[in-house]
Design a binder for this molecule. Structure first.
Ligand SMILES: Nc1ncnc2c1ncn2[C@@H]1O[C@H](COP(=O)(O)OP(=O)(O)OP(=O)(O)O)[C@@H](O)[C@H]1O
Length: 352
């Protein structure tokens, strides 16, 4: 793999789940890439397709439960959809490792932490039991776990949520992957512990030169943690770009809606803004803009599907090569639309 090649490259991926009487379109032409060492966020409400994107990168969805209807993806330059299952087993952990939200479901409750961590190390690095345990202790120390030897002797239920998540991160790093895929890794933790785990995760990734694909519904976490961000809605990317640009001046009304829901953006003593309406039923995906039903600026033009393109004022940046893939899928991006009145006033009673 060359230095310039993405560790993960998803191109126009469409995927559906067959369900009784039809199918659910989970992804409708998603393109996304992660360069070596980058921390890339994927943010959106529940049901927007974040987890399906993450799971597909490692082909972790149950075989036979889904259909890829278009596009493809490459991990470290090689085709994930065409790879054999034996090849995928080699890639999982080594090329990309997954960190899940709830470590209790990923860790075996009946085995000590040391056995589980050393087990992974022995398989992947062919270490002796003694050397594997020593390496496991080192990995825990790297994650700032006090008294690693004691933690190695513990069962998962004996550890706090924050410690279990640190163990999961240590395990994810055990095979030195080029990419970590973290699906809501700290959602179950309180804010202080969440921050500690994220800082450690980022520090370790930077140290090892690993990239992170970070799945979350939390814009605040994206702003603290990610270099670039993809905003997903109803199985599509509606906006993408460097985090500071996207969060500093969102072009898509949906991104703006997510940001307006942040506590620090709300005026004191007011309710948090919520985006009116609900995500479309993806058994019958909308033909035009996926955000049509909930968008205050939607008009007749929006009955056609907008492609991802450079936002208003970006053309010069693109020519100069400084646009860093800033894109928005909207017929009325907010830079232009902010001077207009909404076409339809959102109904407050419909808030989710
Ligand atoms: N096994 C499945 N069968 C049918 N539909 C599914 C299945 N898994 C996911 N979906 C559908 O695919 C779409 C995308 O789901 P996905 O889990 O990726 O969303 P998400 O953004 O990760 O949401 P959350 O934050 O709640 O996990 C949703 O419409 C979901 O209902």
């Amino acid at each position: 793999m060359s230095v310039q090649e993405p560790v993960l490259e998803i191109r126009d991926l469409s995927l559906e789940f067959p369900v009784f009487g039809g199918s659910v379109r989970a992804l409708g032409g998603v393109s996304l890439n992660v360069m070596p060492g980058e921390i890339v966020g994927v943010v959106g409400e529940s049901g927007s397709g974040k987890s399906v994107t993450a799971m597909t990168a490692l082909r972790l969805l149950a075989p036979g439960s889904y259909r890829v209807t278009g596009g493809g993806l490459r991990l470290c330059g090689e085709d994930v959809l065409a790879a054999s299952e034996a090849r995928m087993r080699q890639w999982r952990g080594r090329r990309a490792a997954m960190i899940f939200q709830e470590p209790m479901t990923a860790l075996n409750p009946t085995r000590r932490i040391g056995d589980q961590l050393a087990g992974v190390l022995r398989v992947h690095h062919r270490l002796s039991p003694r050397a594997a345990l020593a390496r496991a202790a080192e990995l825990l120390r790297d994650m700032m776990i006090p008294d690693p030897e004691r933690t190695l002797r513990a069962y998962p239920f004996e550890l706090s949520g924050g410690m279990r998540q640190r163990v999961m991160v240590a395990m994810a790093f055990s095979c030195d992957p080029a990419l970590l895929i973290a699906d809501e890794p700290t959602t179950a933790l309180d804010v202080t512990v969440q921050r500690q785990v994220l800082q450690l995760l980022r520090h370790r990734a930077r140290e090892r030169g690993a990239a992170i694909l970070f799945i979350t519904h939390d814009m605040a976490v994206v702003s603290q943690f990610c270099d670039r961000v993809y905003v997903m809605y109803a199985g599509t990317v509606v906006e993408q770009g460097p985090t500071a640009q996207v969060l500093g001046a969102p072009h898509h009304p949906y991104t703006r809606g997510l940001l307006d829901g942040l506590p620090e953006r709300a005026a004191p003593d007011t309710d948090l803004a919520a985006i009116p309406g609900r995500v479309p039923d993806m058994r019958h995906p909308p033909a035009g803009c996926v955000f049509f039903d909930r968008c205050a600026f939607a008009d007749e033009a929006c009955r056609r599907r907008p492609e991802l393109r450079a936002g208003a004022g970006q053309e010069a940046d693109i020519k100069a090569g400084t646009a860093s893939e800033r894109r928005v899928a909207c017929w009325h991006p907010l830079v232009a639309a902010s001077v207009r009145e909404p076409a339809v006033a959102p109904s407050a009673g419909d808030a989710i």
